[in-house]
Design a protein around this ligand. Structure first.
Ligand code: PLP
Length: 387
């Protein structure tokens, strides 16, 4: 069949992107100074209900900063998910600290029950420090990823982290716009619940600045420190004195111009993504052995990525057969990420009873989910699944 290729997730630049970028160019503010950067930081902080936001070059650099702001050093350990994009874990190693891998629950986010069990059985809590019995090192932080825009179980995760005096870094790179609609955190946004949160504006995320990210916190000192680290740790502006090793991580005005235009459309993108998710779900409902994984019912999720679950006892094709079949029909579907504790750089790190992550990796593919996806394309995709 002759039809245009359907990609997994591409940017939607139909708003004021060109207008704002043109303005940045005309005023010659193209680099990391410039009014759009501050404006974008303020608007993001406002939108997610954080005291402050600090722009960064991408989500990965944001996570690097977030860990340092939480006081993680090379002596420490950080609990991380096994099922995630590797950029959620690499910053732990940039610092020289070590990750401990944790399993996921049915939401694909970190399993709070296993986390609790690990803290109780594999660690000791002494003098306000959570010590890993295997390595005798302190566990300083947990990185919680809101996978595919789905709110992780923050109620339980925060309770455990608080009990053991461990900082929570929220990798909300995929989850801007997701917030609780009930429970203890009603009205709170993914990324603005833990000590520090990080968003990404990479090209495949729900809003994009080409490449870019944001670090947010409700702790004024943490916001200040993040800004300090991202701008070369300058302690004197005039004489160029620096009090520690900083980074050149600040976003440029060109990126922020794109970001402001994208943020204006975020709510629209979320409602389109939700509508498309429900349409997929409706069309899939009569296919044996296929279903979309659900989002957290306690939250208004951003529906960034759709996860198709394949029950291979009831459906004819395996995950890989499905991926190849779609590729042959000009449609991009993708397996979830290879588990991080099984990747070469992490083979020798501690991993705690990881089994659900393996199961989901083998049974899930992501379906096309761009906000400019047509309903006719969704119908085409589901028809392929019927064949
Ligand atoms: C995209 C992503 C990142 C990294 O963001 P970049 O802006 O691409 O550096 C980190 N963690 C997760 C879970 C992501 O999906």
């Amino acid at each position: 069949m002759d039809r245009k290729h359907i990609p997994l997730s591409v940017p939607n630049l139909k708003g004021k992107e060109l207008e704002y970028v043109t303005q940045a160019i005309k005023t010659q503010w193209v680099s990391s100074g410039g009014p759009f950067v501050n404006e974008f930081e303020d608007q993001i902080a406002n939108y997610v209900g954080a005291i402050g936001a600090v722009s960064v070059q991408n989500g990965t650099s944001g996570l690097h900063i977030a860990l340092q702001v939480c006081g993680v050093t090379r002596e420490d350990e950080v609990i991380v998910p096994a099922l995630t994009f590797i950029a959620a874990v690499n910053p732990v190693k940039y610092i020289g600290a070590d990750p401990i891998f944790m399993d996921c629950d049915e939401s694909l986010c970190m399993d709070p029950f296993k986390l609790d069990e690990f803290c109780q059985e594999e660690c000791r809590f002494v003098d306000g420090k959570l010590i890993n019995l295997t390595t005798k090192k302190q566990i300083k932080a947990i990185i919680v990823v809101h996978v595919f825009g789905n709110m992780a179980n923050m109620e339980m995760l925060m309770e455990i982290a608080n009990r053991y005096n461990v900082q929570v870094v929220e990798d909300a790179t995929e989850a801007i716009g997701t917030y609780y609609i009930s429970g203890k955190y009603k009205g709170k946004y993914a990324g603005a619940i833990g000590a520090v949160g990080v968003y990404s504006f990479n090209g495949n995320k729900i809003i994009t600045t080409g490449g870019g990210g944001m670090v947010v916190s409700n702790d004024v000192q943490m916001v200040k420190y993040a800004k300090h680290l991202t701008t070369q740790a300058k302690s004197d502006e005039l004489y160029y004195l620096h009090d520690e090793i900083g980074y050149n991580y600040r976003m440029t005005n060109l990126q922020a111009a794109l970001g402001l235009a994208q943020l204006e459309q975020l709510e629209t993108f979320i409602s389109i993504k939700k509508k498309n998710y429900l349409f997929y779900q409706q069309l899939l409902s009569d296919i044996q052995g296929l279903s979309l994984l659900s989002f957290n019912h306690q939250a208004r999720n951003n529906y960034w990525f759709y996860a198709l679950y394949i029950d291979d006892d009831r459906y004819t094709r395996s995950r890989d057969e499905l991926i190849n079949f779609f590729a042959a029909n000009a449609t991009q579907v993708r397996p979830i990420w290879g588990l991080i504790h099984e990747q070469k750089p992490y083979l020798h790190h501690q991993a705690y009873k990881i089994d659900r992550a393996k199961h989901y990796l083998e049974h899930v593919v992501n379906l096309p989910c761009s906000s400019n996806l047509e309903s006719e394309e969704i119908a085409y995709i589901v028809n392929l699944l019927r064949n």
